[in-house]
Design a binder for this molecule. Structure first.
Ligand SMILES: [Zn+2]
Length: 591
């Protein structure tokens, strides 16, 4: 399988030894002026599962070839193991505290933040993007600067929830069509392609099902990426195109007890690939192994290569100009433990050789040690105290500001609608996430079982978890969903009330409204829907439920109005379902 492998990292590293230790500086100014840019983000792909990082079973010939005609940063890190905030850092060059996007779903990149796409559009670039997941839907703000932002997942999102995705093949088709449509254009392009496939559950297409299924997903994505590269070659654009391949985060695969990603900030989920390929500029492979690179560095590096001014406030640096600095520390965080489960947030600083993590029990690791991050040296290392102090000045006041349960304004809105927030006896535990992994794994297993339709087993495991983990809004919300499907409506209502009390959001208020409607309390259901709309006017499920309630009451004219509103405010999630309901309501109206 590996016989056609282009120079692997071992070979590339050999070259790097006798090439002058990567002379990145002293090149001509902006050597890629006027070049196209293809930026590819591989969701949930950890570096050490790829050919260029020396992984033997890898089936990544496209990445291997890109690495052979460009620069590989062996030590690249994501700022956070969460899709939306990590992409926001990639697009702005800012660390999460500065761009303000701290989690999926409930945050949006503010209009006033300047992005790479806006900067390149301003410099005359044609901009297009094709994303593979609802997590990056335009409502979350990453469409800024893209003339085309294709986040159409083809309906059905409402049924499959926030992790609705479209395949790498569909994403590639869209991108190829876009490229073909602008053939012969004078302006250069900036194209961002996002492949979500490696996200769990791992289910590669038949041709990629041999071996480990996670590797299979990556092999499938690699094969789709090959189609884009081939198109650039066939159309004569390859030599004038910078191709950057990276990831928003990795995947734990059970390491440190974490099944997937989003909670911990260990290397499993933060060590990402970073390849910059351009045969027109780099005919020899180069491997950078003496410094840390951050996702925040990508935009400043690209702009510098292209000779475009912009993003002066970036936290990232131009990787091709900055000298290796062993003391450089990249900020890392995950606030998902806090937002989702009421545990302590995790923040940290990552240098090339070591790493500090702030937690109730702080952690410090020497990254030269194997196995990685198994021996916590926080008590014995002077460096741990230094990094801890640096981190404290960086995050001073910020974590309080980032607590995003409900803003004062939202609270006032909710209260004006008669909904009392925070009357709960449920309290976030503030626990150290690493101590909660047994319960988190039960939550995760229950989620997977429920996806497979094994509801009774899911409920049993989740209820065992909830006896210990009473402050996790996500766990209560999942319980409510499972209880409904088991027709345990009283339990479902009690569970969703807990989730709303711990952390109200539009989704949860809609679910509670459905509960109240089923229990016959229609006025309360309507009040909750109003509150949900106030929190998120783009949540189409609010209008879907209003339509359903109107139809159930025989008012089909009103139902049609509501479904039309649903399709208008939230086409990507509920558009298709709304249109089919309108058909049904119309036929009932005509009877
Ligand atoms: Zn992701």
């Amino acid at each position: 399988v590996t016989s056609r492998r282009l120079p692997s990292i071992a070979f590339a590293a050999l070259l790097a030894c006798w090439l002058p230790a990567i002379s990145l500086s002293g090149q001509q100014q902006s050597p890629a002026r006027g070049f196209n840019v293809l930026l590819v983000t591989l969701d949930t792909v950890r570096a050490d599962r790829l050919g260029p990082w020396g992984y033997e079973p890898a089936r990544t010939p496209t990445l291997d070839a890109l690495a052979a005609s460009g620069i590989v940063w062996l030590d690249a890190v994501a700022p956070t193991p969460i899709t939306l905030p990590s992409h926001a850092s990639l697009m702005t060059g800012l660390a999460p505290p500065k761009h303000g996007v701290r989690d999926n779903g409930s945050f949006r990149l503010a209009e006033e933040k300047r992005t790479l796409a806006e900067t390149l559009a301003g410099a005359g670039y044609e901009t297009g993007s094709f994303v593979g997941s609802f997590v990056l839907d335009r409502r979350f703000g990453l469409g800024q600067g893209f003339a085309t932002y294709d986040d159409d997942l083809g309906g059905g999102v409402a049924a499959s929830g926030a992790f609705a995705e479209r395949s790498a093949e569909a994403v590639t088709e869209g991108a190829l069509e876009w490229l073909a449509g602008r053939e012969g254009a004078d302006a250069p392009f900036f194209l961002w392609v996002h492949y979500f496939d490696a996200h769990s559950p791992y289910g590669p297409p038949a041709a990629f099902r041999t071996g480990d299924p996670y590797d299979g997903e990556i092999a499938y994505v690699d094969a789709q990426l090959a189609r884009l590269v081939s198109h650039l070659e066939a159309s004569g654009q390859r030599d004038r195109t910078l191709i950057v391949v990276t990831a928003d985060h990795g995947e734990s695969l059970g390491e440190h007890g974490e099944p997937s990603h989003s909670i911990f900030i260990y290397e499993s989920t933060l060590h990402i690939p970073l390849i910059l390929s351009s045969p027109g500029l780099y005919s020899e492979p180069r491997v950078v192994e003496d410094r840390v690179a951050g996702l925040v560095d990508v935009a400043p590096t690209l702009l510098s290569l292209l000779g475009v001014d912009g993003l002066p406030d970036a936290d990232g640096v131009d990787l091709l100009a900055a000298p290796a600095d062993p003391d450089r520390a990249v900020y890392i965080e995950s606030l998902a433990p806090q937002f989702g489960h009421g545990w302590a947030p995790l923040t940290g600083l990552r240098r090339h050789r070591d790493k500090f993590i702030q937690a109730p029990e702080p952690e410090y690791y020497d990254l030269g040690e194997r196995p990685l991050e198994m021996r916590n040296r926080a008590d014995e290392a002077e460096a741990a105290r230094d990094l801890s102090a640096r981190l404290a000045t960086l995050t001073a006041g910020d974590l309080v500001a980032a607590r995003r349960e409900v803003s004062a304004e939202e609270r006032a809105k909710l209260e004006s609608l008669g909904y009392v927030v925070g009357a709960s006896i449920s309290v976030p535990s503030g626990a150290d996430p690493k101590e909660r992994m047994p319960y988190y794994n039960q939550f995760f297993e229950a989620f997977a079982l429920a996806e497979e339709g094994r509801l009774s087993e899911a409920a049993e495991i989740l209820e065992a978890s909830l006896r210990h983990e009473r402050g996790s809004a996500k766990a209560w919300e999942l319980a409510a969903t499972i209880f409904v499907r088991l027709s345990r409506f009283e339990d479902a209502a009690a569970a969703i009330v807990k989730a709303v009390d711990l952390s109200p959001n539009a989704d949860r208020l809609v679910k509670l409204a459905q509960m109240r409607a089923m229990q016959g309390d229609l006025p309360e259901a309507q009040r909750l829907l109003d509150a949900a709309e106030a929190l998120d006017p783009e949540d189409g499920s609010v209008w879907m439920i209003r339509g359903n309630l109107a139809a159930a009451g025989g008012d089909f004219a009103r139902a049609i109005e509501c479904f039309e509103a649903a399709a208008r405010v939230d086409p990507s999630r509920v558009g298709e379902m709304a249109r089919s309901r309108i058909e049904i309501a119309r036929s009932r109206l005509q009877r």
